[in-house]
Design a protein around this ligand. Structure first.
Ligand code: GLC
Length: 491
């Protein structure tokens, strides 16, 4: 194995010099995967050439740029993040049917930026997470760089307004969750994640808080007319109320531990009216038995989805880590989540942290719910594959939690084993990623095999690794980078 310092140097070089995309001669983001050089015969002579276009992996994805931008921010390059945010903002849709949405990815075509809002995507899936990530990243940028003037610019405030107009419109449902079709986030293929998937709900929570805080910054400036200020204040109240209702809803309907499962299993069904316990008419048979081992006595987590009669008890790593990072979960619930991860490390960490979701859809479920998707066979890709780009989210969640805990807790039963687990996980990335060419994902129940169709030199694998290194080895205090405004502070 190369020395650690050399691996870091290589990763930084990949990120800054190979993955960077320029627009008008300025860096604006990174592409999803770095194109590979291949050997080809040209006119009878062996030449090294760049591989040709590879689906959309040479585009700048908003979600893939989350780790990249956070790394740039912590690495003293807030200027790149600012340009990325501005570029995305210039692509926010103003089309009547989709006004307010951000593209899942975009590309530079000469002096033009071209966004993909789903109209070119495989299966024409729409990405909702990109739109929710933008206000969160904008808040993180402003808080860390203290560039409040950026947030007060009319084009930024107008962008936030378009975002809120998109979210706050009247609809058919009363629930505070956002209803989306299949494959609307990181899992961008059919995986039975339609309805109210966790990742979207937690991002919505973060986006509402972030948008409210950024609008408040502008209101504090106090130059608008009284009428306008009043209107914006009452809208902010609506946003904060929504966030509050959403958090209560998630804790009520998505949070499970051994106690709540036992309550769920004994609820009556076929209830009608206001004061009932089983609002979504969930039959006990939908609660899987594997939960018993999975939860153990101390574990808890947010389930994958709540839908009428069809809850999804799968564990989704990113949604749960974000639930901790954004404080949807209380401190005690965060500890229950970490305890669950520790308890199930053989599944979730294994040879390549982290598994994206657990358990996989198998047999008839795989056939019917993924539509025979060969890329998403059990234990592969999104269907319980292992994604190194996810580890830093767990590291961030744990460090952030520890930094906010009392010293009693810091020395308690959970933290030492958790620290050890994170260190071991980082060592796994260090040992395996350079050797396996920074692959996008890994397959199989232990994640030992490089993903069958994984791209190599995947940028968020590289950025996620650099962040893991930064948070564990360089500056653990930076785990506060994703601390969003507290609900209570946004009155
Ligand atoms: C795949 C992943 C998606 C990612 C994209 C670019 O489509 O499913 O999450 O954003 O590749 O890396």
């Amino acid at each position: 194995m190369l020395p650690e310092a050399e691996i870091i140097r290589i990763a930084r070089d990949l990120l800054y010099n190979r993955a960077m995309v320029y627009y008008q001669d300025k860096p604006i983001g990174t592409l999803a995967a770095i194109p590979q050089k291949t050997h080809t015969y040209v006119e009878g002579r062996l030449k090294v050439v760049e591989s040709g276009p590879d689906l959309n992996y040479q585009e700048v994805f908003i979600r893939d740029n989350v780790p990249t931008m956070v790394f740039f921010l912590l690495d003293g390059r807030a200027d790149i993040m600012r340009r990325f945010l501005d570029t995305c903002l210039s692509l926010q849709s103003t089309h009547p049917q989709t006004a307010g949405i951000f593209p899942s990815s975009f590309t530079v075509d000469g002096d033009r930026l071209v966004g993909d809002y789903g109209q070119r995507a495989i299966g024409r899936v729409i990405s909702v997470d990109a739109t929710l990530w933008w206000p969160i990243l904008a808040y993180v940028y402003v808080k860390h760089s203290r560039d409040e003037d950026w947030a007060r610019q009319p084009q930024v405030q107008n962008g936030l307004q378009r975002f809120l107009d998109l979210i706050l419109h009247p609809g058919f449902r009363e629930a505070p969750t956002l209803y989306v079709p299949d494959g609307a986030f990181m899992i961008d293929r059919p995986m039975d994640v339609w309805g109210c998937p966790l990742e979207i709900q937690v991002l919505l929570y973060g986006a509402l808080l972030s948008a409210a805080a950024l609008i408040r910054l502008d209101l504090e400036k106090g130059c608008d007319s009284d009428l306008l200020v009043q209107k914006r204040r009452s809208q902010m109240e609506q946003v904060v109320n929504w966030a509050r209702r959403l958090r209560c809803y998630l804790l009520k309907h998505y949070w499970v531990n051994t106690h709540t499962v036992q309550v769920l299993r004994r609820r009556p069904t076929e209830q009608y009216g206001d004061a009932i316990s089983n609002e979504y008419n969930i039959q006990t048979e939908t609660i899987p038995h594997w939960l018993q081992h999975w939860l153990g006595s101390r574990g808890g987590y947010l389930i994958g989805n709540v839908r009428t009669g069809r809850p999804d008890f799968r564990f989704f790593s990113l949604g749960n880590c974000l639930g901790a990072i954004f404080d949807v979960l209380s401190q005690a619930q965060q500890r229950a989540l970490f305890s669950l991860i520790l308890h199930n490390q053989g599944e979730l960490i294994a040879e390549m942290p982290l598994r994206i979701c657990h358990p996989p859809l198998e047999d008839a479920d795989w056939r019917n719910k993924t539509g025979y998707d060969p890329k998403n066979r059990p234990w592969c890709y999104h269907n319980a594959g292992h994604w190194p780009c996810l580890l830093w989210f767990l590291i961030l969640a744990v460090l952030r939690h520890q930094q906010g805990s009392s010293s009693d807790l810091r020395h308690g039963w959970l933290y030492l084993p958790m620290q050890e687990l994170l260190q071991q996980s980082y060592q796994k990335l260090l040992r395996r990623l350079p050797e396996q060419k920074w692959a996008e994902y890994f397959d199989g129940p232990t994640g030992i095999w490089m993903g069958q169709q994984a791209r190599l030199y995947q940028t968020w694998t590289v950025a996620g690794f650099l962040l893991a290194h930064h948070l564990l080895k360089v500056n653990p205090e930076d785990a506060g980078v994703f601390s969003l405004p507290k609900l209570g502070s946004l009155r």
